[in-house]
Design a protein around this ligand. Structure first.
Ligand code: UD1
Length: 363
């Protein structure tokens, strides 16, 4: 069976890693990894291939950054050439970035079956570009691999044939469990001049949070305030550093806010495991903190990952500085929930996915 897997942006790499490993372990699979080039900086891309021991992509489409339409179109033009040349029996896409949707559109129009890993997540907020990518991808995919029972229900509600839906667990957690020991051996906080575990870790990059100066300023006010209680380590996404410069907010991220460049997978996992709390607008961090048992404040009004709230350590705090500070205070006072491991988040999701594919996809 000839499979092409597609990855393009940072959160894709930890999801594709266990699938690539499983495809090479199982006999009878001829696998090609395509990198779209949506993310291209060393710290946004190459470092994950190194940390997660993924071999270099077989094909790099090199599309780079652009508006949504231009980026999607470029990926489609280049990926169509790959599909018509390589004639795969199946295309695997992961997550919800532009690369996910673009590759799905191409494969579906060439009548190549598509497997979507992390299907069925819904924030019910079409203002998020990812929500559009999720809906389009799930309507076109033939194999929909989900991380939670809620995701199955979302898909059924949208009319997806239940036979296409497979609840398999979470490939991102496969990667976390595999690399946790290695990450524990590092001590990244002390390299940043911080002792022990008395720090908060923050990430922020959603357009709704960083592209509007008033919203960004409000969030940074909360962060400044929290940083009077404990240092805040802030590995900064390129989009966010551009906006902070553009809106002249540099002074707000000095002092107890320790800015770093984006970090590699192992360094970041080490920091996350040791943090008192995590502040984020990322999707993946909500899941990872649930497994690590670290309190997570999600700086958004909604989440496509409600299981991290019902079973995990996550709470939605929006963007109001008072609400963010109040939640951080509850954590610092030791008043937070104890998580349960969500069903099937056990390190075996990639194994389940590849078993289903080998049993069902015809070569
Ligand atoms: C993308 C995904 C988002 C994901 C995020 C993780 C979409 C619609 N968005 O958002 O779901 O959570 O990745 O990072 O697919 N840039 C660099 N170097 C890079 C990549 C980007 O400097 O390697 C800069 C560019 O100026 C670019 C900006 O960051 O314009 C934003 O990058 P882009 O890929 O458009 O979106 P993200 O915000 O990263």
């Amino acid at each position: 069976m000839r499979i092409i897997s597609v990855a393009g942006a940072r959160p894709n790499f930890m999801k594709i890693a266990p699938l690539v490993a499983e495809c090479s372990r199982v006999s009878g699979i001829n696998h090609l990894l395509v990198h779209t080039g949506q993310h291209y900086d060393t710290q946004m891309s190459d470092v994950f291939f190194r940390d997660l021991s993924i071999s270099s992509p077989d094909i790099d489409l090199g599309v780079g950054s652009a508006s949504h339409a231009v980026q999607t179109a470029r990926i489609m033009m280049e990926f169509e050439k790959v599909c018509t040349r390589e004639l795969p029996d199946l295309v695997i896409v992961v997550g919800d970035v532009n690369s996910t949707m673009a590759a799905t559109l191409v494969a579906a129009k060439l009548n190549i079956p598509v497997a979507h890993v992390e299907a069925g997540l819904r924030s019910f907020d079409r203002g998020m570009p990812e929500e559009i990518n999720r809906i389009v991808t799930d309507q076109l995919a033939d194999y929909l691999f989900t991380t939670s029972r809620e995701a199955d229900e979302n898909l059924k509600r949208e009319g997806v044939n239940p036979e296409k839906i497979h609840f398999v667990g979470n490939v991102m957690i496969d990667t976390l469990l595999k690399h946790r020991g290695k990450a524990d051996g590092l001590n990244v906080a002390s390299g940043l001049g911080i002792d022990g575990t008395d720090y908060a870790l923050m990430t922020l990059h959603r357009p709704s949070n960083v592209d509007n100066p008033a919203v960004l300023q409000g969030i940074l006010t909360a962060v400044q305030d929290i940083s009077t209680s404990l240092p805040v380590i802030f590995p900064i996404h390129p989009r966010t550093s551009q906006r902070i410069r553009e809106f002249d907010l540099d002074a707000m991220v000095h002092g107890s806010v320790r800015l770093t460049d984006p970090l590699g997978y192992l360094e970041f996992l080490n920091l996350m495991s040791g943090a008192r709390l995590v502040l984020t607008d990322s999707g993946g961090l909500q899941e990872e903190t649930t497994i690590l048992g670290v309190p997570c404040l999600t700086i958004r009004q909604n989440t496509e990952r409600p299981v991290t709230i019902s079973e995990g350590t996550n709470e939605l705090v929006g963007t109001d500085p008072v609400r963010i500070r109040e939640a951080a205070d509850r954590i610092l006072a030791g008043n937070w929930k104890t998580p349960r491991v969500p069903e099937y988040w056990d390190g075996k999701a990639a194994e389940r996915i590849v078993a289903i594919l080998t049993a069902n996809v015809s070569a």
